[in-house]
Design a protein around this ligand. Structure first.
Ligand code: ADP
Ligand code: ZN
Length: 745
């Protein structure tokens, strides 16, 4: 038996190996194996059985090990990997590495974990002696003595900052005992039983939900590839529809992937989904998958799916690669979310990959959103996706009223620009009196966006990147939000030494401070990546907010996604213009989505919600259409513009970035390259550029960019890749190709 293997060794090639007799039974396409390459052993995936004709088989090396006795990549995933390599212009090896978690690739033992426990109790005298002679050992001993159960060795050692040698010394003397045991690690297990169970009960579906469910059940029974777009206003009960569809899929004996944006994976939602899903799956485990899992948790979840022990996974973007067997349904919640796009290689879009995986597995894809991406919407119009609609909130609750405050008038009234308009302040005071809650959104962390000298007009920029530094008042620093560089905030202008420094623009810290001034009695919390860097802080703040211990929550978009707080009756958006006036053709779409989603956080309980949006451009379409959550109106008007300019979704966009230390050289090579592409691919691709990127320098590297517009990605990308390999690039220019880019800065 001969197999073709894709090694995970930093190059993209197929190598052939002989499979020795004892391993044959456990080798199939998709199996993870260990193979010799030059003088080392590398992991690889079996891509094919057999060898090309006339292959010189005598000199073949042999497969050394089969890491797992079942395919690590089911056939649909291997096919998906091949499609992704072609579509996203990257090596198959990098995609396989993304698909198989590091913990799995390391071939860690099957659910085996080393445990440490006290074997022989020491008396006070012995402890004192140990303390003196080997304080590290004493500390480890005392820690373990206080535990009821044996403890995971790795965790204990890491926690005490000590080494395996310290443990071995105690084991050798018979004081500690080491054991291996199979452990079930369940992510968020501690939250499993807490609260939220009421919400976990199934609801009797309303008429619109029922229609959607019936349609989905029919598709699932058919067992063919198809895509449904569930367009449901905020609070219309989309989750219930997802859950019923999952139920139907499991009943056909199939497996399910349920994707949610990473930020929506709070313990509450996870606990809620888990308990419902496990009830649906009749006690079978539901695997949770996100970026904060420990290696052990990830490996366990992966194994449970790969062996068919579990059939449902709920997780963020990368869960689309979970080795679910016999896949029947993929749900993508909040399908419009930019977070589904990965911003490092491979730069894939989780939603688009989900649709492709569904196609390869003959499964159904269910995309849901209150504000579908225009890509998905046009796919409905083109007849490729089926539209399912929920036009009403459950229990016929009203959509919140959106009140637009014109900051031009406000600025004139208050002589200068306050962060909070009079209307917003009065509304907050009113909520405080009624003991209802407020959320304020501002899309910038820090205190203010830039430091401006009133004397000479100097704006302090990062010395490594071409953007203004952000002022952080809590520690009096200026920080770069791109490279993280920071320095003390100056008291005088660094250029002309005048003391007339002004802080321009708003950030979360400044809003927090303003709120403290205008509603001094309110309990206020700020939630952004600065305050949330500690591991459990996000969860703590959210549960305090849910428990009513916080009156006003100030935060970045981070708190905008998928959270459901019944007592929130006021939502303020401090600066709607911030997302609108950026050089991105999707700026309007983003703003519309942001406004509708943010407004959707208000009035989820029995009380009606109010939304106050502050802006300098109240006439903007994104704002006007969002006032009545008029998705169809917005889509029609925005798509007209996109069509005129032939922007996505009417054509695909590919971004080519060139980075390097020398801007002149960068320009020269980018221009030479553009000429070559124009000559060879000019009939298939429309080029724009090359030109300097909007942010010309990041971390001391200059940036130039080139855009390709095309209708045929799968034809153009391989040709670009081929040309690129032949072009004589200097060593100090790095390039990145991003197909269907989401972040254009
Ligand atoms: P969406 O995701 O569409 O914004 P959710 O799925 O979060 O909405 O549902 C909003 C709320 O309505 C949730 O608390 C959910 O439990 C509840 N809900 C869903 N369906 C029904 C129903 N048929 N009857 C009553 N309440 C429902
Ligand atoms: Zn910087």
């Amino acid at each position: 038996m001969i197999v073709g293997v894709h090694p995970l060794a930093g190059f993209d090639k197929v190598l052939h190996y002989r499979v020795p007799e004892p391993l044959r039974a456990s080798v199939a396409v998709g199996t993870l194996v260990r193979v010799p390459i030059v003088n080392t052993m590398k992991l690889g995936i079996v891509g094919e059985i057999g060898a090309p004709k006339d292959f010189p088989i005598e000199r073949l090396k042999t497969v050394a090990q089969v890491v797992y006795p079942f395919p690590a990549l089911p056939p649909d995933l291997l096919q998906l990997a091949r499609w992704m390599a072609g579509y996203y212009a990257c090596g198959l090896d990098s995609i396989i590495e993304t698909m198989i978690p590091a913990a799995v690739r390391r071939g860690a033992g099957l659910k085996q974990e080393k445990l440490l426990a006290v074997a022989r109790k020491l008396d006070a005298e012995e402890i004192a002696a140990l303390e003196k002679r080997a304080p590290q050992q004493a500390r480890l001993y005392r820690f373990l003595e206080q535990q009821f159960r044996p403890q995971a060795k790795g965790l204990v050692l890491a926690r005490l900052g000590t080494t395996a040698a310290v443990a071995s010394a105690l084991v050798k003397r018979g004081i500690l005992r080491e054991e291996s045991r199979r452990i079930e690690r369940v992510a968020y297990a501690d939250d499993h039983a807490t609260g939220e169970l009421v919400a976990a009960q199934p609801h009797a579906p309303n008429a619109e939900q029922q229609t959607a469910m019936t349609a989905l059940a029919a598709s699932l029974a058919e067992g063919k590839f198809g895509v449904s777009l569930l367009h449901g206003v905020t609070g219309s009960g989309k989750t219930e529809v997802y859950l019923r569809a999952i139920d139907a899929a499991l009943k056909t004996g199939g497996g399910v992937v349920f994707l949610v944006p990473e930020v929506a994976l709070t313990p509450q939602t996870v606990a809620r989904l888990r308990s419902r899903l496990e009830a649906i799956a009749q006690g079978q485990r539901c695997v949770v998958w996100h970026s904060h899992l420990s290696e052990g948790e990830r490996l366990d979840g992966w194994l449970a799916l790969a062996t068919g022990e579990a059939r449902v996974v709920v997780g963020a973007r990368s869960a689309i690669f979970a080795p679910v067997q016999n896949l029947k349904l993929i749900v993508v919640d909040e399908e419009h979310e930019p977070a589904y796009k990965q911003d490092e290689t491979p730069r894939y879009h989780g939603r688009d990959v989900a649709v492709m995986r569904a196609k390869l597995a003959a499964a159904h894809a269910l995309l849901g959103s209150a504000t579908p991406s225009l890509e998905s919407f046009t796919n409905v119009e083109a007849g490729k996706y089926r539209l399912l609609q929920l036009t009403q909130r459950v229990d016929a609750r009203k959509l919140p009223y959106i009140d637009v405050v014109d900051l031009r008038i406000e600025a004139a009234k208050q002589r200068g620009l306050p962060a909070l308009s009079g209307k917003l302040v009065r509304a907050m005071q009113d909520r405080l009196e009624k003991r209802e809650q407020t959320i304020l959104f501002i899309n910038r962390r820090g205190y203010s966006s830039s430091m401006l000298c009133r004397s000479c007009g100097h704006v302090e920029e990062c010395s490594h990147c071409s953007i203004a530094l952000t002022y952080h008042r809590t520690d009096e620093t200026l920080r770069c939000h791109l490279c993280g560089d920071q320095r003390p905030a100056p008291a005088r202008c660094p250029k002309c030494a005048a003391p007339d420094i002004r802080w321009r623009g708003l950030g979360t810290q400044r809003i927090e401070e303003s709120v403290r001034r205008v509603v001094p009695r309110a309990r206020i919390e700020r939630m952004d990546t600065d305050t949330m860097s500690k591991k459990n802080r996000f969860r703590e703040v959210l549960s305090a907010f849910r428990a009513g211990k916080i009156d006003v929550l100030v935060g970045t978009q981070m708190i905008g996604k998928g959270l459901d707080f019944p007592n929130v009756t006021l939502v303020g958006l401090i600066d709607a213009d911030m997302s609108m006036h950026i050089p991105d053709f999707r700026a309007n779409e983003r703003t519309f989505q942001l406004l509708v989603q943010v407004a959707g956080r208000a009035g989820r309980g029995d009380r009606a919600g109010e939304v106050i949006v502050q802006t300098f451009t109240p006439q903007a379409e994104a704002i006007q259409f969002s006032r009545h959550a008029d998705y169809a109106g917005f889509a029609a008007s925005e798509l007209k513009v996109r069509k005129d300019f032939r922007y996505p979704p009417y054509r695909h966009l590919i971004h080519h970035l060139f980075r390097g230390p020398n801007p002149d050289k960068l320009k020269f090579f980018a221009e030479q390259w553009a000429k070559l592409v124009e000559k060879t691919l000019g009939d298939r691709v429309e080029l724009r550029g090359p030109s300097p990127s909007p942010i010309e320098k990041i971390k001391d590297e200059y940036r130039w960019q080139l855009w390709y517009f095309t209708g045929a990605v799968t034809k153009v990308v391989p040709q670009l890749a081929k040309l690129r390999a032949e072009f004589a690039w200097p060593d100090d220019i790095t390039q990145v190709i991003d197909v269907d880019p989401v972040n254009l800065m």
